[in-house]
Design a protein around this ligand. Structure first.
Ligand code: G3P
Ligand code: CA
Length: 293
């Protein structure tokens, strides 16, 4: 078993995400990206201000001057990749009204055409009535149009056999696996198996594991992931340092993007731990707290 251990200088640690992502695109850890200042990622888009995981939410992030957005990808009954967080359509659409007899309204039980009819904005605010659940193709094109960067989460992969390969195929078809785009993309999952599959299928893609392996387990993750992304409430300076001390599959120090931080005090605390990215529903609040906007 070979463990890559690196000596992490302050600059290497604090700028982890920048060198990780920059070779192909010039992307930095922060627009967030100054050394010592974490990348700020708009969680499910700017979901504190617009309905989550919609095109409106990534447009809002762009309006706020944020570059990085995060989303959740699942699959319809007829095999279309769509962007939505829950495995059920109930919370974030009007599916109950349109399809009252179809409880529990699972994404995997509806066709893409059926989902395209749903209103994914009214639950959030009448101002967003008529907003749709985007397909991943629509979403990637809007991310590109907005010149944004994407932390793409494969959600509930156990429900969707082959979703890793399918997602990579779509990304390739849309040009996101080209050299100019790779630095604008990270693929993550709560499933270590799923992330490993992505790495094995396309080693050039930057990957992240959502969760907090023990320090003793980290070296195994470092074979296939570039980032370890834990919840902020389980985090410590020592843990972040332990992650940074290992090199990932691309030979650079592992990074840490933490979630979901929505207030200034917590943002400053976790930034003090040395995290490389902060995922937030209110990314403008985090950015201001860190003195970058
Ligand atoms: O990106 C981190 C975060 O999205 C993980 O939690 O449930 O919001 O997908 P969840
Ligand atoms: Ca997510």
């Amino acid at each position: 078993m070979h463990t890559r251990v690196v000596v992490a200088t302050a600059a290497a640690v604090l700028g982890t995400a920048a060198p990780l992502l920059s070779p192909a695109s010039g992307a930095g850890a922060g627009e967030a990206g100054d050394v010592g200042r974490p990348t700020v990622i708009a969680h499910r888009g700017a979901s504190g201000y617009a309905p989550e995981n919609t095109l409106a939410s990534i447009d809002k992030a762009a309006q706020l001057g944020l570059t990085w957005v995060e989303n959740d990808v699942q699959r319809t009954r007829d095999g279309e990749l769509v962007v939505i967080h829950d495995d059920s359509l109930q919370r974030t659409t009007n599916v109950k009204a349109l399809f009252p007899g179809r409880a529990p309204w699972k994404v995997k039980d509806f066709t893409a055409a059926e989902i395209a009819r749903l209103d994914a904005g009214s639950w959030y605010s009448p101002a967003y009535a008529g907003t749709r659940v985007p397909t991943l193709t629509q979403y990637m094109r809007r991310v590109d149009h907005n010149r944004e960067k994407l932390l793409l989460e494969i959600k509930n992969p156990e429900l969707y056999p082959g979703i890793e390969q399918q997602t990579l195929k779509l990304l390739g078809n849309e040009g996101w696996l080209d050299r100019g785009h790779l630095g604008r993309l990270v693929v993550q999952s709560f499933s270590a198996d799923s992330v490993r599959k992505v790495h094995d299928l396309k080693p050039a893609v930057t990957t992240a594991y959502l969760g907090k392996p023990t320090v003793a387990q980290l070296h195994r993750y470092a074979r296939s992931v570039d980032l370890i992304n834990p919840s902020y409430d389980s985090l410590s300076r020592e843990y972040v340092a332990s992650v940074h001390a290992l090199a990932g599959p691309h030979g650079r120090p592992l990074g840490v993007f933490t979630w979901t931080v929505n207030d200034a005090t917590t943002a400053r605390r976790v930034a003090g731990y040395g995290v490389d990215g902060i995922i937030s529903n209110k990314p403008d609040v985090v950015r201001s707290a860190l003195g970058s906007g």
